[in-house]
Design a protein around this ligand. Structure first.
Ligand code: ACO
Length: 443
């Protein structure tokens, strides 16, 4: 954010002030409000009143469409240019050169690790992958067809009962420990949920494998003594994890910050963030895209489907974004990975329907005028399906890597002296005071 942008009608040099002058046409009064980083503070509006006894003016911004709720140094997005950076590094370069584990370190610590820092980090993550045996008992209580996101939300929340030390949120050592545990255990909880749906025995973590290699081991190992993940699939999943690691103040990160602002432990806050991610307008969109492609069924049905979207009957899932008004840079990388995975696992026939949806949408006035482009979720489901994941696992595959981003956002919120418990205001439009009517007097 810059505070030195020019405006169309610039004040003469020398007269420039970083303020905003507001004229209240109801009273004719003028107010000069400070501008910093291209923002004003709504609390400065409170002085604008009709009468001195008034509460004062507030800003009204449903869904935070134009409200910055925090200052952050983690992730930068330029939605018009289609730019995404973690701690200043472009997503394209990280996807090409980094690993998820290293990227998670970067997101959390602000700098890329040295060799010894990375070794130490990997050691600590891999040595916190085991979960308490009692968690297996909860999982066994779920129906065979329980959605794995429901299981993940519940079991992450349950971790708080095993680690009461996590309540010590202002102790850096405690925060570090919970970070290892959360990043280490999310894949285990996810894989155990998957094995439960299949009725297969749980596979314990293998600490010799990489973060994603071990995850594939816990998901897919059957009778072999040692699981050897396919290196191309392992790398493909690792890149997808890099792409999903953080995305600034999205719905789930905001849930993490808001819930965390009450000073609850990080497991409970992560459960809330995971729940926010589950929705089809957020991380559940990858599952919804696949269901949509299956529903469309064939390339020839795409025009009719797009027509129903334009008529407002449906959404084109995996399209559109609050921030990106250009091609989501992650979607471009995902599209490339899809073909690498298809080379090994066989071409997913739904790709042709997806490509046709994209082709029509990118040419159609409805989508062009609204600047609707494919987002990260448009192609990920096709990859996950080709890798053998059931659709219900797709949002889980989003939640695992996003955990590092959630924790980074949570820590940044805790250490920000400007942050307090989140508590928005409302515009009350309901009834004024009225008298209670006894039941036998109501018509
Ligand atoms: N299909 C059809 N029309 C759409 C779509 C879509 N996918 N997305 C937005 N629009 C239309 C809206 O109907 C609206 O039209 P209008 O101006 O005629 O009313 C216009 O585009 C603007 O959309 P908003 O809903 O105001 O945009 P908002 O920023 O609130 O929503 C969102 C963003 C939720 C991502 C939306 O685009 C959507 O629902 N997309 C489909 C779900 C999806 O793919 N979610 C994943 C997002 S990425 C992520 O979370 C990881």
């Amino acid at each position: 954010m810059s505070s030195t942008k020019s405006t169309a009608s610039e004040a003469p040099t020398g007269a420039r002030r970083d303020t905003l002058t507001i004229t209240d046409n109801r009273t004719g009064k003028q107010f000069e409000i400070p501008v910093k980083n291209d923002t004003i503070r709504p609390i400065d509006l409170r002085q604008i009143k009709l009468q001195s006894s008034d509460f004062g003016m507030m800003s009204y911004d449903p869904a935070f469409a134009n409200t910055a709720s925090c200052a952050s140094k983690i992730t930068y997005i330029d939605g018009d240019q289609g730019i995404l950076r973690y701690r200043g590094y472009s997503i394209e370069e990280l996807a090409e050169k980094s690993t998820y584990s290293e990227t998670a370190y970067l997101i959390l610590h602000g700098e890329l690790p040295t060799q010894s820092q990375l070794k130490d980090w990997n050691y600590n993550i891999t040595h916190h992958t085991f979960i308490h045996e009692s968690i297996k008992k909860f999982l066994e209580g779920f129906h065979y067809d329980a959605h794995p996101m429901g299981m993940l939300i519940s079991t992450v929340a349950a971790l708080s009962t095993f680690y009461p030390d996590a309540k010590d949120i202002f102790n850096p050592d405690s925060r570090r420990k919970q970070t290892y545990r959360l990043i280490g255990k999310m894949p285990t909880l996810a894989a155990f949920s998957y094995r439960h749906i299949l009725g297969m025995p749980f596979v314990y973590p293998d600490n010799d494998l990489s973060y994603t290699g071990n995850f594939l081991n816990m998901l897919f190992r059957t009778t072999e003594l040692k699981f050897h993940p396919n290196p191309t699939l392992e790398r493909a999943l690792d890149i997808l994890f890099i792409l999903h690691a953080d995305h600034e103040q999205n719905c789930s990160s905001t849930a993490m910050r808001i819930v965390g602002s009450s000073h609850v432990d990080p497991y409970s806050a992560t459960a809330a963030a995971t729940a926010a991610l589950y929705g089809p307008l957020h991380g559940g969109a990858n599952e919804a895209v696949l269901r949509m492609l299956v529903e469309i069924g064939s390339v020839k049905n795409v025009p009719a489907y797009v027509q129903s979207v334009k008529a407002g009957e449906k959404l084109l899932m995996g399209f559109g974004h609050r921030v990106y008004k250009n091609y989501d840079p992650r979607a471009k990388i995902v599209k490339r990975i899809a073909y690498e995975v298809f080379d090994i696992m066989g071409r997913n026939p739904l790709i042709d329907i997806a490509l046709e949806c994209e082709r029509i949408a990118l040419e159609d006035e409805y989508f062009v005028s609204r600047r609707l482009y494919p987002n990260v979720d448009f192609y990920t489901g096709l990859i996950y399906q080709s890798m053998g994941f059931p659709m219900t696992m797709f949002p889980v595959l989003f939640a695992i890597p996003r955990t590092s981003g959630w924790i980074a956002q949570w820590v940044e919120m805790l250490l920000d002296s400007e942050q307090k418990i989140s508590r928005p205001r409302q515009v009350y439009l309901g009834q004024d005071l009225r008298s209670y009517i006894p039941l036998d007097h109501r018509s």
